[in-house]
Design a protein around this ligand. Structure first.
Ligand SMILES: *Cc1c(COP(=O)(O)O)cnc(C)c1O
Length: 408
C-alpha cells in the first residue's frame, strides 16, 4: 500500500474514533439498571422488610399488585419525602390516581429529587398547575367506532381491554381513564369490539392494549386472543404492555406458553430510561423472546427523564442487549397535567441527529409526533435532503457533509 493511501485510512480512523468520544465520556455518568444491581437488590430487601414479605411473595405478581404502593406513609418509608411534598402528593392524588408496584419502587433513588424513575411515577404539584393541555388531545372519543376500539388507520385498530396498570405513569396519555375502573373491561364491550373487527375485513392487525393488556389474567387474555385469532382476515396480533418494566414477575412461563399459541404475535413495551433495564426486566424479556415473540420498545420523550441524546443512545443500547428493538420515540402529547414533561421538537430532532451514523441502525427508532385530533402518527427526521433542483439532489451526511447526487 502506498503511504498516501495509508495516511488517508489512518486519518479517517482517527476522525471516527473522535466521534465516539463524547458518548463514551457521557456514558460514565448515566445510571443503568445493570450497573446498579447491588443497590436495586439492597432496596428490594428493604422494601420486603417494610411489607414483611417473603422472597416467594415478592416474586408473585399478584402479591405485587395487592401491595401496590398508593399510600404516602408507605412511600415515605421507601424514599425521602418532605412534609411539603407529602401534602402535595395527597393533593394531586385526590385528582389523579397514583400507584407504584413494590418492584418498580426498587428503582427509585432514596434521596435524589431528580431521579428519573421518581419523576415517572411520583405525583408532583405541577400536575395541578397545568392550564395548557386537554384531557383527550388525541380525540380518542371521536375515533371510537364501536366497543373499545380506536381506529385511526385503514388496516389496523386498537382495543383497550383494561384501564389498569401496575404503576401509573405521571405523563399517561389516558390519565382521564386511570383509577376509575379495575380489571378487564366489560365482556359485552369486548365482544362488541371483536364483532367490529369481524365485520371489517380490511382489519389485518389488532393491537390489544389498555391500560396494560398483561394486567389481565391468563384466562381473560386467552378468552380475547382466541376470538381475535379465529377471525380469518386478522394476520397479526400485537400486545401493548409496560409489565416487563414495572412488574417483570408477571411474565411467567405459563403466560408465555399461552401467548405462543397465538402467533404471529408481537409485543411493544415501554422502557424510558436505562435504569429500567436490569436483570429482572431482562429475565422477563428473555422469556417472551424465547417464546418467539418479537419485542419492540416505545419510549416517550420526557423532560427530566430522557431528553438527552446520550441517555437515549444508552437506553437503546441497553435494550438491544436484552433483545428489545427500539421502535418508536413519541413526542409528548399535550395531555392536561403533564406540561412539566414537555420537550421541544428541536430536542427530539437533536436526539435523532445523534443516533444515525453514530450507532447501529437497530438502535434507531422512529421519532413520532401524534397529530392532534387522532389524525395519526407523523415521523420526524433531521433534514437529510437539503435541496432538490431538477435531477440534482443535495443531501447531508450524518457528519454534516453536503453531497450532491444526480438522479437522471
Ligand atoms: C399507534 C397506533 C396504531 C399502531 O401504529 P403502528 O405505526 O402500526 O405501530 C394503531 N392504531 C392506533 C389508533 C394507534 O394510535
Amino acid at each position: 500500500m502506498d503511504d498516501k493511501k495509508r495516511d488517508a485510512i489512518l486519518l479517517r480512523e482517527r476522525q471516527l474514533k473522535e466521534r465516539a468520544q463524547d458518548y463514551l465520556k457521557a456514558k460514565k455518568s448515566i445510571p443503568t439498571g445493570m450497573n446498579n444491581m447491588k443497590v436495586i437488590l439492597k432496596r428490594k430487601e428493604k422494601i420486603k422488610r417494610i411489607f414483611n414479605a417473603t422472597e416467594k411473595q415478592w416474586n408473585d405478581w399478584k402479591w405485587q399488585l395487592k401491595h401496590t404502593i398508593k399510600d404516602i406513609d408507605i412511600l415515605s418509608k421507601i424514599i425521602h419525602i418532605s412534609e411539603q411534598e407529602k401534602e402535595q402528593i395527597k393533593e394531586v392524588g385526590s385528582k389523579y390516581a397514583w400507584a407504584i408496584s413494590p418492584y418498580y419502587a426498587t428503582l427509585m433513588h432514596e434521596t435524589d429529587p431528580s431521579c428519573p424513575i421518581s419523576r415517572i411515577c411520583i405525583p408532583r404539584i405541577e400536575e395541578l398547575n397545568d392550564n395548557t393541555g386537554t384531557l383527550d388531545p388525541m380525540k380518542e372519543e371521536f375515533t371510537n367506532p364501536a366497543g373499545l376500539i380506536t381506529r385511526r388507520y385503514p388496516d389496523r385498530v386498537i382495543i383497550n381491554v383494561t384501564s389498569e396498570c401496575a404503576a401509573y405513569c405521571r405523563f399517561c396519555q389516558r390519565r382521564r381513564n386511570i383509577g376509575k375502573s379495575y380489571g378487564m373491561a366489560p365482556r359485552e364491550k369486548i365482544i362488541e369490539s371483536i364483532e367490529y373487527i369481524k365485520n371489517n375485513i380490511e382489519i389485518r392487525d389488532v393491537l390489544i392494549t389498555g391500560g396494560d393488556a398483561l394486567m389481565l389474567s391468563i384466562n381473560e387474555l386467552e378468552w380475547i386472543l382466541e376470538k381475535v385469532r379465529a377471525i380469518p382476515h386478522v394476520e397479526i396480533i400485537r400486545i401493548g404492555t409496560r409489565v416487563p418494566v414495572v412488574l417483570p414477575m408477571r411474565i411467567t412461563k405459563s403466560l408465555c406458553a399461552m401467548l405462543k399459541k397465538y402467533h404471529p404475535l408481537y409485543i411493544n413495551t415501554h422502557f424510558n430510561h436505562p435504569m429500567e433495564v436490569n436483570e429482572f426486566s431482562k429475565a422477563a424479556i428473555e422469556k417472551l423472546v424465547n417464546s418467539g415473540i418479537l419485542v419492540g420498545n416505545q419510549m416517550v420523550l420526557l423532560k427530566g427523564v430522557n431528553n438527552d441524546k446520550h441517555v437515549v443512545r444508552c437506553l437503546n443500547h441497553e435494550l438491544l442487549k436484552i433483545r428489545v428493538r427500539p421502535y418508536y420515540i413519541f413526542h409528548p402529547k399535550s395531555v392536561k397535567g403533564t406540561a412539566h414533561f414537555k420537550c421541544s421538537i428541536d430536542e427530539g430532532i437533536e436526539i435523532m441527529e445523534h443516533l444515525r451514523g453514530y450507532t447501529s441502525g437497530l438502535a434507531i427508532p422512529y421519532y413520532i409526533i401524534n397529530a392532534p385530533g387522532g389524525l395519526g402518527k407523523i415521523p420526524i427526521l433531521p433534514k437529510y435532503l437539503v435541496s432538490q433542483e431538477n435531477d440534482t439532489y443535495v443531501f447531508r451526511t450524518w457528519e454534516g457533509e453536503l453531497i450532491s447526487i444526480n438522479d437522471s
